[in-house]
Design a protein around this ligand. Structure first.
Ligand SMILES: [Zn+2]
Length: 318
């Protein structure tokens, strides 16, 4: 039976094929995507069954390329009550895109997904978290294209992504085109180094009690966890690909552990889709901002001796 925890955390899955991961990417492999064996449906269904047994809803960042080829899968995910969000269309790293190509990519993916599920798609996660200091230009484009939140900034140091020193908690970014909520994957500061703990190879590497202890540390600080996994991580029998040794280690380490580990995780913590988890954070933020504005108005009115009723009435009910 599921334990009753009051704090809700974000559970998310990047829905892509095992042969689309950036660590093994090459122009040659991309040209042959349609010829590889597709395993994304069977792997995603493993996740859906696991979540269904425990009545848990999550966010699925679906790649537009996958959605075009597996429309029934996307509709099925949405009909089970999960959130459909966008992983872009082509899985091209943003660091390798121009602003114009990026806009086209995120617009195309959003259109495909919204046509399939008949609802607005408001969340985005970049391929391999490639919103970095060099690609910050992508953030206002997301706002202009109708996205409400982004989950692409990883506040760590890594060889192919990462945004050192970025705010590691859910927060509002003020882009030149308006506000955007940022939902970074969970990290923990240990011995002065911020390390990722809530997804990918890191999630599979640590012994589970160690992982749980680290996640509890983040939870104790009052922040929602942001966990991310991929359907191919529940597929220990996927065909092996050639690539650099480090990439092969990260991709294949402990794949046989993922399914059981995910089952334990959803027993030990309470999860919900990203949009649902960030809603109270957004409301709280707006409340604090309104209170700060009110205090500032009162201070200004007091300093010039003007009545403060107008400030009060304007902010009442916020
Ligand atoms: Zn991806």
């Amino acid at each position: 039976m599921r334990r009753n925890h009051s704090r809700l955390h974000c559970l998310s899955f990047d829905v892509e094929e095992h042969f689309q991961v950036s660590a093994f990417a090459s122009p040659m492999r991309r040209r042959h995507w349609d010829q590889f064996e597709s395993r994304v449906e069977q792997n995603t269904y493993k996740i859906l069954h696991l979540l269904e047994r425990r009545g848990i809803k999550a966010t699925f960042f679906v790649l537009g390329w996958v959605a075009e080829r597996h429309p029934r899968l996307v509709k099925e995910i949405a009909s089970l009550g999960h959130e459909i969000a966008s992983h872009g269309y082509s899985h091209e790293l943003i660091t390798a895109q121009t602003p114009a190509l990026f806009r086209e990519d995120v617009r195309r993916a959003k259109g495909i997904l919204e046509d399939l599920v008949g609802a607005s798609v408001t969340g985005y996660r970049a391929p391999t978290f490639t919103i970095t200091p060099e690609t910050e230009w992508a953030l206002p484009i997301l706002v202009e294209e109708g996205y409400v939140y982004d989950s692409s900034i990883f506040p760590v140091i890594h060889d192919s992504y990462g945004f050192r020193g970025a705010n590691p908690w859910c927060h509002q970014l003020n882009t030149t085109s308006g506000p955007l909520w940022e939902v970074p994957p969970s990290t923990i500061q240990l011995a002065g180094i911020r390390i990722p703990i809530a997804g990918g190879g890191y999630f599979r590497l640590f012994p589970y009690p160690v992982l749980r202890w680290m996640l509890r540390q983040v939870e104790a600080q009052g922040h929602p966890l942001v966990v991310y996994l991929h359907p191919w991580e529940l597929d220990p029998h996927q065909p092996r690909m050639n690539g650099p040794l480090l990439s092969r280690f990260r991709h294949y380490v402990n794949l046989q552990r993922t399914e059981e580990r995910l089952a334990r995780l959803i027993e030990d913590f309470s999860f919900a889709p990203v949009r649902e988890v960030i809603e109270p954070v957004r409301r709280n933020f707006q409340k604090h901002r309104a209170l700060a504005a009110k205090r500032q108005e009162i201070r200004r009115a007091a300093s010039i001796g003007a009545p403060i009723a107008s400030a009060d009435s304007r902010l009442r009910g916020v």
